[in-house]
Write a new protein. Structure first.
Length: 553
């Protein structure tokens, strides 16, 4: 097949030929040899979301209060056999873990990656094996679902595009075994977020053509998810590593009014999990989330052990192995209890995420589709912002020439309603009454409520598609379903008893649903109309997107 599907995420890139069953998954990371060890040339992004707050006594007390509250809620819950759950005091766990000492085991020792002197760029998981003292900067070019722009080295938009190019080219050459010189024989499908930035989409489209692709298609994530799951009308909830995307999709169209992106995700749950482990005297005391090897360990422990299963209670003895480069492998044994439930429940009790979100401006945590004409582009003469500005200038000139009474039959504000009338909500709609970050269940409900049609609302309330790597926590779908069912207005509920509101696709990794949907869409006859050729891009530039993309540009 001559089509390559590309789905960039904050943590992983999923890429593969359209005829593949599953995509190749590559850590979305690149390391570049730095010019010198002068501090101004050093920059290292971390695997987990960086904590932007200092853990003070006040913050610890706030987090502890929320932890105790959630713990009490769990203890008052019933198991499936109607027995009351029981909890293990954190002091008991702490006593056991304090006595847990590392045990050296017989296993192959990991060594630091030793790049050749001529190797200036490293891509993917190998970046995590670089010695921290090596002369390399580590970059994750996508953060929170958008480009990772910052004031440090490699933080400009040009640098981010180059990082992304290196990752794309490395993946195509080494995983798909395609010669980069032969990309002119291939087409590409680029999956973009539901809430997109025009300028950055334009840069990514230009990048694919610069790499040599002969044609491209741009498709939104939620539309691909709907198609990949076979659901015609659904509310798509995508839990990623660093963001949660929500959008209502009907007939392969994402409703702009319902799009919301919460700038927290599975990685933030991992940070909350680390804090909870510390409360119970985590035996691996040297663990630091800022160290990428330790961050990978914490991610593994969360994915392996965390769950939302009320039937599991009491202390559970677990073990893990530390295999750090240049050190003998050691094994730890520890006990954990309700920490395993509380960490993923931080998506519903968002005060537990203060370690990474802190007191960040809520507008930066909650992103909505404010306007479809938000990004001015002089190349696009039909851009809503461009039309608005030129309309104002024309009106100002007219007022200086004609008497205002001559314009009685003209609406003076008509030029400002090019696109904004499609958007009828603001970020305050997605906040709780006390200003806290809205939990995932409330965000879903408010997203659905922004639909204008009652019949459509009823369909969405009764069909929620849960996807993304962060959705694989055991019991998460059932917990979310109970939350949604309790809050759904009576007139929107189905008559059948206990309907399966939250859908998951069987036998398919929920993290790959979006990629799979894009691959299936390329097989449709109608997809032929969506291809943007290299000549189209050369002749018309960004303007061609308004005619070709399957969403409102």
């Amino acid at each position: 097949m001559d089509t390559i599907i590309i789905h960039p995420g904050s943590l992983y890139l999923r890429i593969g030929k359209a005829d593949m069953t599953n995509p190749e998954v590559i850590l979305n990371c690149v390391a570049r040899r730095r010019k010198s060890n002068d501090p101004k040339y050093i920059h290292n992004d971390t695997l987990l979301p960086e904590s932007n707050v200092k853990v003070t006594k006040e913050l610890s007390a706030e987090l502890d209060e929320v932890r105790i509250s959630v713990s009490h809620m769990l203890q008052q819950s019933l198991m499936s056999d109607n027995r009351k759950r029981y909890g293990t005091p954190i002091q008991a766990l702490s006593q056991f873990n304090k006595r847990s000492n590392p045990e050296t085991i017989q296993a192959n020792q990991t060594n630091w990656l030793k790049p050749k002197s001529t190797q200036n760029t490293i891509v993917g998981a190998d970046c995590l094996r670089l010695n921290p003292n090596a002369e390399f900067n580590i970059h994750f070019p996508i953060r929170r679902g958008s480009m990772n722009l910052h004031s440090g080295v490699g933080g400009s938009i040009t640098s981010c595009i180059e990082h992304i190019r290196s990752i794309f080219e490395f993946s195509i050459k080494n995983y798909l075994e395609v010669n980069l010189k032969e990309l002119n024989q291939y087409k590409a499908v680029l999956i973009i977020p539901d809430i997109y930035n025009r300028k950055r989409v334009k840069l990514l489209a230009g990048l694919l053509f610069d790499m040599g692709f002969k044609a491209i298609i741009l498709i939104q994530e939620s539309v691909c998810a709907s198609f990949g799951s076979g659901l015609n009308c659904t509310c798509v909830v995508d839990i990623g590593d660093q963001k949660i995307s929500i959008s209502c999709v009907e007939d392969c169209i994402s409703h702009p009014n319902t799009r919301v992106s919460l700038k927290f995700g599975s990685g933030d749950c991992t940070m909350a999990f680390w804090w909870l482990l510390q409360k119970s005297s985590f035996p691996y005391k040297e663990c630091q989330p800022s160290n990428n090897q330790d961050a990978a360990l914490l991610n593994h422990l969360k994915e392996e052990y965390c769950h939302i299963d009320l039937d599991v209670c009491g202390a559970n003895e677990k073990s893990f192995i530390i295999n750090r480069p240049e050190q003998p492998p050691v094994r730890y044994v520890l006990q954990m209890a309700d920490e395993l439930l509380i960490a993923p429940l931080s998506l519903f009790y968002t005060d537990l995420l203060k370690l990474t979100l802190g007191n960040t401006n809520r507008d930066k945590i909650i992103q909505i589709q404010k306007t479809l004409g938000q990004d001015f582009d002089s190349e696009d003469c039909f851009n809503a912002e461009f039309l608005r500005e030129t309309g104002r200038r024309a009106k100002d000139q007219a007022e200086t020439t004609f008497n205002i009474n001559d314009l009685n039959n003209v609406d003076p504000d008509e030029d400002t309603d090019v696109v904004d009338d499609l958007i009828k909500f603001n970020a305050n709609d997605f906040q709780t009454s006390n200003g806290q970050v809205i939990p995932i269940d409330s965000a879903i409900l408010q997203s659905i409520e922004h639909l204008s049609n009652d019949d459509l609302k009823r369909k969405m309330y009764n069909c929620i598609l849960l996807i993304g790597g962060g959705s694989k926590v055991k019991g998460l779908a059932k917990w979310l379903q109970n939350k949604i069912r309790q809050a759904t207005p009576t007139n929107y509920r189905q008559n059948t008893e206990n309907p399966e509101i939250v859908q998951t696709v069987k036998d398919v990794d929920p993290a790959n649903i979006v990629w799979r949907g894009a691959a299936l869409m390329t097989t449709l006859e109608s997809a032929e109309e969506l291809w943007i050729s290299k000549d189209d891009w050369k002749n018309y530039g960004v303007r061609v997107l308004r005619e070709k993309v399957p969403f409102i540009w």
